[in-house]
Design a protein around this ligand. Structure first.
Ligand code: SF4
Length: 328
């Protein structure tokens, strides 16, 4: 049975439990995430350990020889020395300091979580990861880390380290789940199944760390029923937060070819918002909603073009949320 949407006319609106509200309640000040991208980092699904080429929607070097390339083969050998570490540490510190100034001036942010965002941020030699995480935590007003990664790339050693840090800091792992359906995970060349996700989230939760699950709506051959089942099964994993976005097509991805050949059509805005409304009604109130929009406004976006206009997405989302009794 799927969720139904009823009008909010006779109900008072409930504030959606967003990341901003969670941090404000917990720390009493404005806490913002600082996204960082570590040069040289890659993903086992691109780099060969799991597969090459990556997920069909991933923008990576396999599809564009012109994208910046370096020799980062050391990532495949956990014992090897990292010749780029000093450079990576410098870049990390510079990204953190620049963002702190920007977020403080623009939004009045007072504390920060460093979000290791691009590629797989637990896929590097242990000592490299530890040095980078420790450097991030050394910055003034940084109160934690959020680490974007895959279920098949989280070692016990890194969990040992993060568990210890979680005694003093807010430590999150962001896991790309995308769909709970193995047939879809095969189609998108995800390189792991849902069982891998379940096992990994259970291990992370046993360490007392926080988990944010990422889901994508509009994956090839997925029906509404399948999408909502992904939501139901994900929130049943005792996760702490959810990020949802529509599948969008960028240049330099396999999906761009599918789209050009008429094999894939993305969701239109109304279909996405209707699905989102149903998904939110299935999500328990204690789960933090970290993201609901596409946020892809770069020149690399091919489709759907409604994902380019952040302002219009935001106002359509606010309207839809109101219909189901929430304010953003
Ligand atoms: S897991 Fe992420 S980085 Fe790796 S191939 Fe898929 S989208 Fe790209």
């Amino acid at each position: 049975m799927t969720a139904t949407i009823s009008s909010s006319k006779n109900r008072s609106l409930i504030p959606l439990f967003t990341t901003g509200r969670y941090f404000k309640e917990k720390y009493g000040v404005k806490v913002y995430k600082i996204p960082v991208s570590i040069s040289g980092f890659t993903c086992p699904n691109i780099h060969g350990k799991v597969a090459k080429g990556g997920c069909i929607y991933c923008e990576n070097r396999s599809f564009s020889p012109n994208l910046k390339s370096n020799n980062f083969d050391f990532l495949l050998n956990p014992d090897s020395k990292n010749p780029f570490l000093e450079q990576q540490l410098k870049e990390l510190s510079s990204q953190i300091e620049k963002s702190k100034i920007k977020l403080s001036n623009k939004f009045g942010a007072q504390k920060f979580i460093v979000y290791f965002q691009s590629f797989t941020n637990t896929y590097a030699p242990l000592q490299t990861l530890i040095k980078l995480y420790e450097r991030a935590l050394l910055h003034d007003d940084v109160i934690g880390l959020s680490i974007g990664t895959r279920s098949d790339s989280i070692s016990s050693e890194i969990l040992d380290f993060l568990e210890e840090k979680s005694q003093d800091y807010e430590i999150w792992l962001e896991i790309g789940v995308q769909s709970i359906h193995d047939e879809t995970l095969k189609i998108i060349n995800r390189g792991h199944d849902f069982n891998s996700v379940q096992k990994s989230i259970s291990k992370i939760k046993k360490r007392g760390l926080k988990v944010c699950v990422h889901l994508i709506f509009g994956l090839p051959k997925e029906s509404e029923e399948m999408i909502l089942k992904s939501v139901k099964k994900s929130v049943a994993l005792e996760i702490d937060a959810l990020k949802i976005h529509p599948l969008y097509i960028t240049k330099n991805s396999a999906l761009a070819r599918w789209y050009a050949n008429g094999i894939y059509e993305p969701l239109d805005k109304d279909s996405y918002l209707n699905l989102l409304a149903k998904a939110l009604l299935l999500t328990p109130r204690h789960i933090i909603i970290q993201r609901l929009m596409a946020g892809e406004d770069s020149e690399n976006l091919i489709a759907p073009l409604w994902c380019k206009d952040y302002r219009s997405q935001k106002s359509s989302l606010a309207k839809k949320l109101k219909e189901i009794g929430f304010i953003y």
